[in-house]
Design a protein around this ligand. Structure first.
Ligand SMILES: Cc1cc2nc3c(=O)[nH]c(=O)nc-3n(C[C@H](O)[C@H](O)[C@H](O)COP(=O)(O)OP(=O)(O)OC[C@H]3O[C@@H](n4cnc5c(N)ncnc54)[C@H](O)[C@@H]3O)c2cc1C
Length: 430
């Protein structure tokens, strides 16, 4: 199969130059060479890795794809709350980029994009080199608006008060803080106002920490301090879990807009409510598009999110630059999720291949999303939706009557959730 793909790649000689084919066949991950169109993808998360893989596949391996990503391997935010709760490990949520390079011929550059010159169509890497492109796909995820929490600029504050909202070292560090907390302590979770990455994610985290406490530190408390008026996703299902399973452990307080953090005294300060001191603070700050998108002037919606054309994901601010994943200004009812970023990645890949090969862009994209949340080790709830392009509104709209929410948490959904995770990781990376 791989052999046929390589031969096929060489066969579309109009797209792939000789040195591009050689680069692939020798497994060379160099960043130059070849006469075919060049696509550079920034960010090897759910959106970017999917786009890189599918541009290669759907161009019949004719378009050269270079993926720039600083991390050595992909670490999934989905299921990372279970690592914090102690029922999964980091290796359970880590996947190598090897298949992208070896099976699909994506050229992987382990670096960070420092600057984008949209006029010259060149990205500049932090390591110093330049990568030219015909089309650029940006999927840098989110970055945090720490300027809204002045105390977090104090020395060491961001090392002690963790977000753990990008899976990686902070996931491990937060787990260690929970393990070190004495029984009878308080874990306080501050949630930012929507929109933020993964609407149900904070409430799932509260369940996972409560599950850990219920078995290991039963005198301890989970205090949820929500910047939103009420639970933003699957509210009745989460509230039922807190009342039935974690009674006396979880306390939920809505309308708690975080104004600052005093890391020295482990204190959260709110705009209208009394300050809260806790043993472990977990602050999820407000978010915006990844820094590189903001810096390039692509964050046209409230200077936070990137407006895109939903048929191609081309930025409304810069030609030949496509933005996908959490960085975009969402369409109505569209969550910022890994599943959604994967769907953006495929829709964008198909459009980029069409644009670079003189074909027509699909005018009727349709895609789906499912977000599973573990309320215990096994029991899960989900919310699902289907989104279709509305030509009159020029955006993606939820399809009436599609999707829905679980009736109740159960173990069968737990099996589906783990199968979903394996499936989305495979579709993105394998
Ligand atoms: C706790 C938690 C649980 C979640 N659970 C779910 C779930 O169950 N289901 C679900 O669908 N979603 C879930 N999500 C949401 C999901 O993780 C995100 O929506 C998804 O990761 C977004 O994909 P992305 O490609 O936009 O960003 P990411 O996956 O974050 O990828 C961005 C990548 O860009 C790289 N990058 C950033 N800047 C640069 C630069 N300048 N140069 C090069 N590379 C750069 C980063 O290193 C990163 O690898 C969860 C999130 C969290 C935090």
């Amino acid at each position: 199969m791989k052999r046929r793909q390589f031969v096929g790649g060489v066969g579309v000689g109009s797209l792939l130059g000789a040195s591009g084919a050689l680069g692939l066949m020798t497994g060379c991950a160099s960043t130059g060479g070849g006469n075919g169109p060049k696509v550079v993808v920034v960010g090897g998360g759910f959106g970017g890795a999917t786009a890189a893989k599918y541009v290669r596949m759907w161009s019949d391996y004719g378009i050269q794809v270079t993926l720039v990503e600083p991390n050595a391997s992909f670490i999934s935010c989905p299921i990372s709350n279970l690592v914090i709760g102690g029922v999964k490990t980091m290796s359970d949520i880590t996947t190598s980029y090897d298949a992208l390079t070896k099976v699909y011929g994506v050229q992987l550059v382990r670096d960070r994009v420092a600057q984008i010159d949209a006029e010259k169509r060149v990205v500049k890497l932090a390591g110093g080199s330049d990568l030219p492109y015909d089309r650029l796909i940006l999927s840098p995820g989110v970055d945090f608006m720490y300027e809204m929490l002045p105390g977090m600029a104090a020395a060491g504050a961001q090392d002690n008060v963790l977000h753990a909202w990008k899976a990686g070292p902070q996931t491990v560090a937060l787990r260690k803080q929970l393990e070190a907390m004495p029984d009878g302590g308080v874990y306080a979770l501050a949630i930012p106002p929507a929109p933020y990455r993964c609407p149900p994610g904070p409430y799932e985290r509260a369940c996972q920490v409560a599950n850990y406490f219920s078995k290991n530190k039963p005198k301890s408390k989970v205090l949820i301090l929500d910047g939103n008026d009420d639970v933003t996703s699957k509210g009745p299902l989460f509230k039922k879990a807190w009342a039935d399973r974690y009674k006396g452990i979880v306390e939920y307080r809505g309308k708690h807009f975080l104004a600052d953090v005093d890391a020295a005294t482990n204190t959260l300060k709110f705009e209208f409510n009394d300050p809260v001191k806790a043993d472990v603070l977990n602050v999820i700050p407000s978010m915006r598009a990844g820094d590189i998108a903001v810096k390039t002037g692509l964050a046209t919606a409230n200077k936070r999110w990137c407006d895109v054309d939903f048929l191609t994901f081309e930025s409304k601010a810069a030609k030949n630059i496509h933005v996908i994943g959490d960085s975009i200004q969402i369409a109505p009812m569209m969550p910022k999720s890994g599943h959604m970023a994967n769907q953006h990645g495929k829709t964008c890949a198909a459009a980029v291949v069409a644009l670079l090969t003189g074909k027509e862009v699909n005018k009727n994209p349709i895609y789906n999303n499912t977000c599973y949340s573990f309320v215990s080790e096994e029991d899960v709830v989900h919310v699902a939706s289907v989104h279709a392009y509305d030509a009159a509104k020029q955006t993606m709209m939820p399809v009436a009557g599609s999707g829905g929410v679980s009736k109740a948490a159960n173990e069968l959904e737990g099996r589906f959730a783990l199968a979903w995770a394996r499936g989305i990781w495979a579709d993105t990376l394998l």
